[in-house]
Design a protein around this ligand. Structure first.
Ligand code: AR6
Length: 180
C-alpha cells in the first residue's frame, strides 16, 4: 500500500479487487456500448447485480474518453462511474489524451455528485492493451491534477489487480513525486 497527500486529500495505491472497496464510488473500465463485458466490467456487474445494467442501458452508450454514472446496486459503493478508455493501437492515435480524458471525466462526475472517495481500476490496461507503465503515468498525473483542483474529493484510490499492476503504478508514482 502506498499513500501520498495531495493538498488536503489522499491518493492511495492498493493491490486488490475493486468490487470490494468501501468508497462512495467505484469506477468501471467499460466499453462504449455500456452493455457489460469481461475484466473489471464483468466483476462489477456480477457483484453489483442487475440494477446497474438497467440504469446503464438508459444512457444508450458512452463515447471513448467519457463516463456515465449509475447507482452501485448491491456493491458497498453508492455509485458506479462507467468510464470508457481507449483501445491501445500504436501510442500515436490519441490514446494518451483519451485515457486522461476518461479519468478527468470520472473526477468531474464525482464532484457533481458530492462523492468524497473514489476507487479506480487501471483503465485500458487489460483487454484494451494499454502498456502498464505508460497507462500508470497518465492515470496518476491526471488524477493528481484533478485532486488539486477538486479539494472536495478527499480520497482517490487506485485498486490494482495483481502485483505487476501494483508495481507499475508504484514506480510511476515515485517518478512523479518531488524528491524527498
Ligand atoms: N478489480 C480491479 N482490477 C481488475 C479487476 C478487479 N476485480 N479485474 C480485472 N482488473 P479490463 P480495459 C484489472 O480488461 O482494458 C471489458 O470487457 C485488469 O487486470 O477490465 O479497460 C469491458 O467491457 C487490468 O489491469 O479493462 C471493455 O470491453 C485492468 O483491471 C474492455 O474490457 C483493466 O482491465 C475494457 O478493457
Amino acid at each position: 500500500m502506498m499513500r501520498v497527500r495531495i493538498n488536503g486529500s489522499w491518493l492511495e495505491l492498493v493491490e486488490g479487487d475493486i468490487t470490494q472497496q468501501e468508497v462512495d464510488a467505484v469506477v468501471n473500465a467499460a466499453n462504449p456500448s455500456l452493455r457489460g463485458g469481461g475484466g473489471v466490467d464483468g466483476a462489477i456487474h456480477r457483484a453489483g447485480g442487475p440494477q446497474i445494467m438497467a440504469e446503464a442501458q438508459r444512457y444508450g452508450g458512452c463515447p471513448t474518453g467519457e463516463a456515465r454514472i449509475t447507482s452501485g446496486g448491491k456493491l458497498k459503493a453508492r455509485y458506479v462511474i462507467h468510464a470508457v478508455g481507449p483501445i491501445y493501437r500504436d501510442g500515436r492515435s490519441g490514446e494518451a489524451e483519451l485515457l486522461a480524458s476518461a479519468y478527468r471525466y470520472s473526477m468531474q462526475l464525482a464532484s457533481e455528485h458530492r462523492i468524497e472517495s473514489i476507487a479506480f481500476p487501471a483503465i485500458s490496461t487489460g483487454a484494451y492493451g494499454y502498456p502498464l507503465p505508460e497507462a500508470a503515468t497518465i492515470a496518476l498525473r491526471t488524477v493528481i491534477a484533478e485532486l488539486r483542483q477538486r479539494p472536495e474529493i478527499k480520497l482517490a484510490r487506485f485498486v490494482l489487480f495483481g502485483r505487476n499492476a501494483y508495481d507499475a503504478f508504484a514506480a510511476a508514482l515515485q517518478a512523479l513525486l518531488p524528491p524527498a
